[in-house]
Each structure stands twice: as C-alpha cells, then as structure tokens.
Write a protein that binds this ligand. Structure first.
Ligand SMILES: Cc1cc2nc3c(=O)[nH]c(=O)nc-3n(C[C@H](O)[C@H](O)[C@H](O)COP(=O)(O)O)c2cc1C
Length: 170
C-alpha cells in the first residue's frame, strides 16, 4: 500500500485552479456497499465559518454520484498525475449506474475515516459533508445562464465538505 503524507489543510500550498480545470478530480463516495466515482472540473477549496478549511463541489442531479453522496456523510476529492487523464475521461463519460467503473479502471480503492479514496491519487481531500443546497434558476443574476446551461432545470447540488484530512504522495 502506498504511503501518503498527511498534512494540515492550511499547509496546502498548491494552486487549486489547474487541479480542477486542467487535471480534473475524481469525487469518490460510498453508500451501503456501493462505491462510485465521477470526474469533476467544478469545485474549489476555501474557508467557511464555523468549520475552517472546506472543499466545495457541484454535482448534477442525474449523476449516480449525487444519489450516493446524498446518502453518505463523507466524500473524497482525488487528484492524479496527467498520466491518468484517460481514466478520468472514462469516469466522466460512463455512469456508475451502468458499469462498475472502479473495477474496470483497475484503480485501487482505499478507505480512511469510512471514506473511499484512490491509492493512485497524488492529492486527496477527505471531506465530511456539512452543507448541501441545489442551485436555482433565480439565483443566477444573468438569466441567460440557466436557459443555456440548464435547459432541463438540472441545477447542480452544491456540497460543502469540511476537510478532515489532506493526503499527499509523490
Ligand atoms: C472533464 C469533466 C468534468 C466534469 N465535471 C463535472 C462536474 O463538476 N459536475 C458534474 O455534475 N458532472 C461533471 N462531469 C460529468 C460526470 O463526470 C459524468 O456525467 C459521469 O459519467 C457521472 O458519473 P456517475 O453517474 O457515475 O456519477 C464532468 C465530466 C468531465 C469529462
């Protein structure tokens, strides 16, 4: 099993922008015996009273991940080296409702504080859900955005997770 180094969330000093936008993340979650992961390029990390360091993600209602994360207390955000890009593209195209993506990808699932994460990741944020809200059409100040971006009213659920652990590896 690979050795990760655990650091304090406030000691994390990489830019999160290319990590989400360019490299993408896998959001991993589990409910009951079912673990699943999906690719995400939307999200961020920051600070929120009274929790301190948090991560936030945006998941559309039709995702299997949304169904599982709704039933789970935790999720992890996993970032990988660019050599895993094809695997992340697969996790972003196929639904866990149709295939066991984790098994097919040959990624190695590990658990910490009852939360699934991937051994092949180089950066993992383990998060405890603290806030959830679905975005609304009225919330967008530019009305053309919901019309164009969400024609089926499938607004993202925003999940905010208190960062419980940050794991780093080479
Ligand atoms: C690069 C990339 C980024 C994505 N980002 C998001 C995202 O932030 N939120 C979201 O709901 N879907 C996003 N998706 C789509 C999901 O990853 C995709 O629908 C996936 O198949 C859902 O899997 P699931 O049904 O197993 O949860 C993204 C897809 C790709 C390829």
């Amino acid at each position: 099993m690979k050795n990760f180094k655990e650091i304090q969330a406030n000691d994390f000093n990489q830019s999160i922008f290319p990590m989400f936008e360019k490299d993408w993340a896998l959001i991993a979650t589990e409910a009951g015996q079912k673990a699943n992961a999906m690719t995400a390029s939307c999200g961020g990390i920051g600070v929120l009273y009274p929790y301190g360091p948090v991560a936030f993600i945006f998941v559309r209602p039709q995702r299997y991940t949304q169904e599982l994360i709704q039933q789970s207390d935790t999720f992890s955000l996993n970032f990988f080296s660019p050599s895993y890009h094809d695997i992340l593209a697969y996790f972003g195209k196929v639904s866990g409702r149709d295939e066991d993506k984790i098994k097919k990808s040959n990624l190695t699932l590990q658990h910490t504080i009852d939360t699934p994460y991937f051994e092949e990741a180089n950066t993992v944020f383990v998060c405890k859900k603290v806030y959830v809200q679905q975005l609304t059409g009225e919330g967008f100040l530019d009305a053309s955005v919901p019309e164009k971006g969400f024609p089926e009213n499938d607004f993202h659920y925003m999940y905010i997770g208190k960062i419980e652990k940050v794991l780093l590896s080479d």
